[in-house]
Write a protein that binds this ligand. Structure first.
Ligand code: GLN
Length: 469
């Protein structure tokens, strides 16, 4: 069902696409699945897909929910958008977000906030995509996940949110926030729908220098076909159970684990990911550092809407354009990033955070049975058959609490907002695949449960996520 689209920014969609059925009344979705000659139009034929507004489309503006790009329309489609169209999908529209992907509640938007009907946060930064799926405005949606921006909104809106291994899905035409962490993710109402989209998008893209090469992809396929234990071994990370964890979330986690054990004969294994407590701080150094560098190009000369009345002669062109064009949170990140990259701070902040990132990756490599295809020494690790052979996947909560009310979030400091990402950033720092699935803990209370896998083990993550549906 497609709801009427008013100019309703809180509802997720910023602007419907020209092909959207609301604009072309005659479109009957079942009919568009086949061409007139009866040939199949692709696995996503007639499916309405929402696109987060930091992913380029030629037929709609791409604003990143920022004043500085409020008038920008891309001359080309992002590769992921091209692939969706080639699979028969219809672009439903662009979805609202936190400006440039920076935020956890989709409140930092130039076009106004996203929020659920009951005044509850839709999560961020892909909150518009999540809400558009949750309210049936589209079949599925693309988001981006740098530190949790697909998984957190999924957990808050009872949808499925999938973040792929870093480098699997093309980022060509996706506006960069923090390049070493950015991924294109998928929001859908079922694991199987997310998986169909993943398959349509999962291909090497020569236009994206970080896209995994065909040979790495072959290694991934070869490894993952050998990488399944029977019974399934599930890791339960002790560091994800702090005393501050909401009791509802803990109860939900336990019940999801019990389900996997009882109904799917999985075995549960306590594991330790000791660097977890440092991961959030490292992320909030690294992501702003990369962001400050990426956003330097929006100066009103080469990129970005120039502030009115300013020209180079008055000496304030850059500061006026950037002061007016960027919102408060983006300005905060630029300052943070510029500071941590400065000569006086780089050793204590940026380089230290890079070291923490390596430790986070090492923690995961030690926990998983499967080797990491990115480290060639690890290939073959899965053949070891000792008692502590490692786990197949890790299952943990997506968020430390139930979704808060927007009014409550507005009273919080920026740093309190960052704490929501505590369980999602570790997989981002390590580039791992992770999927948040809704799990009903008690009547009417649904939380997000996160399944994380070794790098390249995206299919296994989907398999285990589907056991929780
Ligand atoms: N909330 C995190 C941040 O603000 C994650 C954002 C994202 O994944 N795009 O950086």
């Amino acid at each position: 069902p497609v709801k009427p689209l008013e100019a309703n920014f809180t509802g997720g969609l910023l602007e419907p696409g020209p092909q959207h059925p609301d604009r072309q009344e005659a479109a009957v979705l079942d009919k568009v699945k086949l061409s007139e000659d009866g040939t199949d139009k692709g696995p996503l034929a007639g499916r309405l897909i929402g696109i987060k507004d930091n992913i380029c489309t030629t037929d709609l503006p791409t604003t990143c929910a920022s004043g500085i790009l409020s008038t920008f329309t891309s001359p080309y489609d992002a590769t992921v958008v091209q692939r969706l169209r080639a699979s028969g999908a219809i672009i439903a529209g662009k979805t609202n977000l936190d400006e440039f992907g920076m935020g956890s509640h989709s409140l930092n938007s130039h076009f106004g906030p996203v929020q659920q009907e009951n005044g509850v946060s839709a999560g961020g930064s892909s909150g518009g995509s999540a809400l558009a799926v949750a309210t049936g405005q589209c079949w599925a949606a693309l988001g981006t996940d740098t530190g949790g921006s697909v998984r957190l909104p999924a957990a808050y809106t009872d949808t499925v949110g999938f973040k792929p291994s870093y480098g699997l899905l093309s980022r060509w035409g996706v506006v960069a926030y923090a390049n070493s962490l950015d991924t294109v993710g998928i929001l859908a109402s079922s694991v199987s729908a997310a998986r169909i989209i993943f398959s349509a998008l999962n291909a090497h893209d020569p236009q994206d220098p970080t896209s995994l090469t065909p040979s790495t992809r072959r290694n991934i396929t070869a490894l993952s076909s050998r990488q399944r234990s029977s019974p399934l071994r599930i890791g339960v990370p002790l560091e994800y159970n702090p005393t501050t964890l909401s009791p509802t979330i803990r109860a939900s986690w336990l019940s999801a684990l019990a389900h996997l054990q009882t109904h799917h004969s999985a075995t549960l294994h306590p594991i330790s990911l000791p660097t977890t407590p440092l991961a959030l701080s490292a992320y909030y150094i690294l992501a702003p550092a990369e962001a400050s560098s990426n956003l330097a190009k929006y100066d009103g000369v080469r990129y970005g809407t120039r502030a009115s009345g300013s020209d180079a002669a008055d000496g304030v062109l850059f500061s006026k354009t950037r002061g007016q064009g960027f919102g408060e949170e983006v300005q905060r990140r630029i300052l943070l990033g510029a500071y941590s990259l400065s000569s006086e701070a780089i050793e204590n902040y940026f380089l230290q955070a890079q070291r923490v990132r390596r430790l986070v990756q090492r923690d995961f490599d030690r926990a998983f049975a499967a080797g990491n295809v990115l480290h060639s020494d690890d290939i073959g690790k899965e053949d070891a058959d000792s008692e502590d052979e490692g786990v197949d996947v890790i299952v943990c909560p997506t968020a430390p609490s139930l979704p808060p009310k927007v009014a409550e979030v507005r009273r919080q400091s920026a740093v309190e907002g960052y704490l929501n990402d505590v369980f999602t950033v570790p997989a981002s720092l390590a580039g791992l695949p992770a999927c948040s699935v809704p799990w009903e803990v008690e009547e009417g209370k649904v939380t997000g449960i996160q399944v994380m896998g070794q790098f390249g083990n995206d299919e296994l993550v989907f398999d285990v996520a589907s056991l929780l549906e």
